[in-house]
Ligand binder design. Structure first.
Ligand SMILES: C[C@](O)(CO)[C@H](O)COP(=O)(O)OP(=O)(O)OC[C@H]1O[C@@H](n2ccc(N)nc2=O)[C@H](O)[C@@H]1O
Ligand SMILES: Nc1ncnc2c1ncn2[C@@H]1O[C@H](COP(=O)(O)OP(=O)(O)OP(=O)(O)O)[C@@H](O)[C@H]1O
Length: 288
């Protein structure tokens, strides 16, 4: 079997409403999740044991972080398929870590997809979904790799009307933020889930649809990392930016743009002022 490569695209929550809390402490969410055409790359090939090597611009951020979710995913899949976990895995890490764009979750989902192909394993969809959810609340949506409305704790996934072509500028102040810490710091009441209206025709209509939706974790994240307010302000005041929001539990924020030229110009302008920030322009992937 030849090596298999899968891109682990960055997950972006276009809006994120916290709608309740379960007795076990997990929060109920209503979120429109999309993927951006930038991410980590996962490559797997046949081997006599299980190993993981990591390189790439953000690989060093994983040093001293303990285990890697990629190995957890490989072992969980092998257990479920009742086969030995044998593979040489290489991860090229480009996304910031603990950044609200699902880096680890996307890597875990990419591992499940790549190893399923390498090992010739086809788990029943419900079993694969449960296995993904046990790895992390964001892993099931990262398996789908296309615009999805996420509910429950991340386990209820629904098709959304087609989204228009659009570009995203992702900006992270290079400060890691722990997801549990942000949920713990969240205050205030819960939002009501809001059905999505009909399909927006272009990026401007998408921005209008999102205008009255936000990210309910923003204030909590800013209380822990005040730089997020500056990132949002910078994006909001950048020419041609249709909408700026935080993704997930932060600290990465995104700006929505109609086209590549506008997004590239915005990313360059932000990088010129804040060279230390991680700042990337990427298309919104409207299909997997
Ligand atoms: C906030 C989001 O990024 C939105 O896409 C995700 O729901 C987070 O997903 P994730 O990082 O895969 O989360 P997990 O690794 O499963 O959970 C980390 C911790 O975040 C909190 N958590 C996470 C998801 C959720 N729906 N409610 C929560 O309260 C819990 O304290 C949990 O122990
Ligand atoms: N391959 C991996 N990539 C990133 N983080 C990993 C990986 N494996 C394990 N981790 C651990 O997972 C934690 C969360 O990292 P991740 O980048 O997935 O956060 P996140 O982007 O905030 O996720 P989410 O948006 O799903 O909340 C990190 O602190 C790190 O210790």
């Amino acid at each position: 079997m030849p090596p298999v490569s899968v891109e682990a695209w960055a997950k972006v929550n276009l809006y994120l409403h916290v709608t309740g809390k379960r007795p076990d402490g997990y929060h109920l969410l209503d979120s429109l999740v999309v993927f951006a055409g930038i991410g980590d790359t996962l490559r797997v090939e046949a081997a006599d044991d299980l190993s993981l090597s990591v390189d790439g611009p953000t690989a060093a951020l994983l040093d001293g972080m303990g285990g890697n979710i990629v190995l957890d995913a490989a072992q969980a899949l092998a257990r479920a398929a009742q086969i030995p976990a044998l593979a040489r895995i290489h991860l090229t890490k480009r996304l910031p870590v603990a950044a609200g764009i699902g880096g680890g979750s996307a890597d875990a989902a990419a591992t499940l997809l790549a190893l399923s192909r390498l090992w010739g394993v086809t788990l029943p969809p419900a079993q694969l979904h449960a296995l993904a959810l046990a790895l992390g609340a964001d892993v099931p949506v990262c398996l789908r790799r296309r615009p999805t409305r996420m509910g429950g704790i991340g386990d209820t996934l629904a098709e959304v009307p087609p989204l228009p072509a659009a570009w995203l500028v992702l900006v992270n102040p290079r400060i890691g933020l722990s997801t549990p810490a942000v949920f713990k710091a969240r205050q205030g009441c819960f939002s009501a889930p809001q059905p999505l209206e009909s399909s927006p025709a272009d990026a401007e209509q998408l921005a209008a649809m999102l205008a009255h939706r936000g990210n309910d974790l923003t204030d909590a994240a800013i209380s822990l990392v005040p730089d997020i307010a500056e990132v949002l302000q910078m994006l909001q005041t950048t020419p041609e930016c249709l909408l700026a929001r935080m993704s997930g539990s932060g600290a990465t924020c995104f700006g929505l743009f109609a086209g590549q030229a506008q997004a590239d110009a915005a990313a360059a302008a932000i990088a010129a002022v804040h060279g230390q920030w991680w700042c990337k322009s990427a298309p919104l992937l409207s299909a997997s």
